[in-house]
Structure formats: structure tokens, C-alpha cells
Write a protein of this length. Structure first.
Length: 70
């Protein structure tokens, strides 16, 4: 019987965080962990979406045989 790993023992995960004071709350920032190491930190939601779009585009292009698209 295998045990399910805790989230921090997974190979890839994202941490989302906000800063809060008594009266203010910041926007979310994201950190990407890859094999136990943070590889990107303090990523805004907008930048996270752009990174995802770039990765998705690269995957789509490669699945189509590596055609160069504009």
C-alpha cells in the first residue's frame, strides 16, 4: 500500500500568499517549487498567467511538429 505524499513532498507545487495588516491586504503573489527548490518567487497573478500562456503555447507548437508560428 502506497502512502500519498504531502503537498510539500510533491515534485512540483505552487505557493500562494498575501500580506495582511490590521487594515490592508496585498494582492496574491505566487512561488513555484520544483523538486523541493523554489525556482520562481514573488510572481504576480498577471505574470503567472503569462508564464502559463507561454508554456502552453510551446507545448501546442511542439505537439504540432515544431512549426514556427507568429
Amino acid at each position: 500500500m502506497s502512502r500519498i505524499k504531502s503537498i510539500t513532498q510533491k515534485d512540483i507545487y505552487v505557493q500562494a500568499e498575501r500580506l495582511c495588516t490590521g487594515t490592508e491586504t496585498s494582492e496574491y503573489k505566487y512561488c513555484l517549487a520544483y523538486y523541493g527548490n523554489y525556482v520562481m518567487c514573488d510572481i504576480s497573478a498577471e505574470d503567472a498567467r503569462e508564464i502559463i500562456a507561454c508554456l502552453q503555447h510551446a507545448l501546442d507548437v511542439n505537439e504540432k511538429g515544431g512549426q514556427n508560428e507568429k
